[in-house]
Design a protein around this ligand. Sequence first.
Ligand SMILES: NC(=O)C1=CN([C@@H]2O[C@H](COP(=O)(O)OP(=O)(O)OC[C@H]3O[C@@H](n4cnc5c(N)ncnc54)[C@H](OP(=O)(O)O)[C@@H]3O)[C@@H](O)[C@H]2O)C=CC1
Ligand SMILES: CC(C)(CO)C(=O)C(=O)O
Length: 325
Amino acid sequence: MTTILIIGPGAVGLSAGAALIDAGHAVTFAARQAFAPLRVNCSGEPARDLDVTVVTDPAQITPPDWVLLCVKAHQVQGAADWLNAAVGEGTRVAILQNGVEHVERVEPLVPNVLPKRIPKSVQRFSESNARQDKKPEHDSDPTGSGCALVPVVVDIPAGRYAPGVVEWRGRANLLVPDTGDGRDFCALFDGTFVSARTTEDFVTDNWLKLCVNAPGGAILALTGQPMRVFHKPGVADIALAILSECVAVGRAEGAKLPDSLIEAQMAKFMEATPDDTNSMYDDRAAGRETEWDARNAVIVRKGRKHGIPTPVSDILVPLLAGQTA
Ligand SMILES: NC(=O)C1=CN([C@@H]2O[C@H](COP(=O)(O)OP(=O)(O)OC[C@H]3O[C@@H](n4cnc5c(N)ncnc54)[C@H](OP(=O)(O)O)[C@@H]3O)[C@@H](O)[C@H]2O)C=CC1
Ligand SMILES: CC(C)(CO)C(=O)C(=O)O
């Protein structure tokens, strides 16, 4: 039986955890607050209650086979004690987050006991000399017996509105680099409601997700309105500007983002269900810090690195940062 520790029992952690419990793995949640049971609500289906094991102190941990890090991007530093206690010899760490800096963010916090295994494409594009004209370097099997870091693109629309209670909105897709570690990660979800797949071009898929999250998150967090706000005068123009900046910077980082993406993504925003929200909206509505740094400031940061102007993000990022005390 595979042992799995989920750090961060929020919307994504509880959804992924429920699937892994369904698959018969030994799942433990690392939480700031104990909860039981795990209740999964999915619209149109009866709620399901699952038995859970929850720990609230890193001293209670025995290093598992897998760690799934599911805290928000700005909460990673705060989860350092959990990572420190959880990573033993042979432990692999999957990072289920939005943004494009999964590995950059987490690598410094993983105990440096052995050389780490990180997918090649992610290593190369986190370097400052990333060049789009380089041939794509597909992820093969990184070697070395150290801790593996597996970045994950998450498409699980969900919300956690009480401890242990998740509202899952009926779609659950995970995407990881096509490496041995990535394939092993996918196998954990076999036969469950989560579809976990590998991709040969993780950099592109990661930026494609940012093209959804950067405009969508900023617009909903700043206006405090659900997706219908895209139809208010001028709002779609701002979203288009953020998206265009994201595409320009993503291309410089090596993502293959076609021109047609911009029109297609804008059409998806305009056709979204009017009441749909996203996790930046949820955080803002609850008065919590949002992921503005991982989803919007990253465009400014990486734009500067490549000499790409990002005038609209330059203005919006301080406004997003200023939303919380
Ligand atoms: N929600 C969504 O629809 C989607 C989210 N994502 C991404 O997935 C990632 C996770 O998001 P999401 O699940 O929504 O976030 P949530 O805010 O729902 O969950 C984060 C969880 O982490 C916990 N946490 C924070 N710090 C610690 C800590 N030091 N120790 C233990 N637990 C901690 C929080 O606990 P506490 O309750 O105590 O604050 C909370 O339960 C984000 O990067 C997000 O952008 C991606 C796709 C969809
Ligand atoms: C847009 C969505 C729901 C897609 O999974 C998301 O990533 C988020 O809310 O953070």
